[in-house]
Design a protein around this ligand. Structure first.
Ligand code: ZN
Length: 284
């Protein structure tokens, strides 16, 4: 019996930019520490692979338990059968999800965004509304909200530490990504985890800068590759649980990170933590 015979779960077929989703798993509109805001519910794009849906649920729950009061606002995953949509060039194969940035008010209290995303300046203050495509922005003034580095980092850390999935990319505007990594550094998080985050977080060169949401893309589940799942772009394999393993299998020594990795780490710890890995063009 080959892997196809025992593979009964979801299947991501093709690539993010040209693919489909078989036996989709639905992300319920509400769960522990997350919600799909109302305008996004009508888009019927809350389907993903088992891995992606599980990862979103687990990361939201982790943030809610670590820093109670916040709520992840989850935008689009894929449509029920995947494939093209008017909103996205990618999101076709159940391995992409948009998550609004967690935000806090002027007093530092967590807030919930229910009808629109917010664009944030590189220094983290809210600039303007980012309404769903085809709709008008809210008429109320832009609130004095700020990018919530603590919760956004907690969400990213939970994704990177999830033993059931491998994150390929997290698209973020680079100033916001820098704030995230500063937060991680200040929190005393494992430098190896920071290094990995610095590889994975990326401002795409061919699309919007992602200053209103993070776009998470997972690698193909190993079981899906036999079914036609295809990873595009640079593939950097990080073995599951690598951070728990000893060298040379686990945490890579600096020279194992390669030239770009070392440069990235150097910038990370020396300067203002600008990002970082500039791989090939990525469709977001
Ligand atoms: Zn996206």
């Amino acid at each position: 019996m080959g892997p196809m015979a025992v593979h009964g779960g979801s299947a991501s077929v093709g690539s993010s930019g040209e693919g489909a989703l078989r036996r989709p798993v639905v992300l319920p509109f509400e769960g522990d520490g997350y919600a799909v805001p109302a305008p996004w519910r009508t888009r019927h794009a809350n389907y993903g692979t088992e891995g992606l849906v599980g990862a979103v649920v687990r990361a939201s729950r982790a943030v809610a338990s670590e820093a109670p009061g916040g709520q992840a606002a989850v935008g689009d995953l894929s449509r029920r059968a995947g494939g093209e949509s008017v909103q996205h060039r990618s999101h076709q194969s159940g391995r992409d999800v948009d998550v609004f940035y967690y935000a806090v008010d002027a007093a530092g209290r967590p807030v919930r965004l229910t009808d629109a995303m917010l664009h944030f300046a590189p220094d983290g203050h809210a600039l303007r509304w980012s309404p769903p495509q085809g709709t008008r922005p809210p008429t109320r003034p832009v609130p004095a909200f700020r990018f919530d580095a603590r919760r956004n980092w907690a969400f990213v850390r939970a994704l990177l530490g999830d033993p059931d999935v491998e994150v390929q990319w997290i698209f973020m505007q680079r100033g916001l990504a820098a704030a995230l990594l500063r937060e991680a550094t200040a929190a005393g998080d494992d430098p190896a985890l920071l290094a990995r985050a610095a590889f994975v977080i990326h401002e795409p060169s061919d699309s919007e800068p992602h200053d209103d949401h993070m776009h998470v893309r997972l690698y193909c589940d190993p079981g899906d590759r036999a079914l036609g799942c295809a990873d595009r772009g640079p593939v950097r394999w990080w073995k599951k649980l690598w951070k728990y393993m000893d060298a040379p299998y686990g945490r890579p020594p600096l020279d194992a990170l390669g030239v770009q990795g070392v440069a990235a780490l150097g910038r990370l710890f020396r300067e203002e933590l600008p990002l970082v890995f500039t791989g090939g063009k990525q469709t977001s």
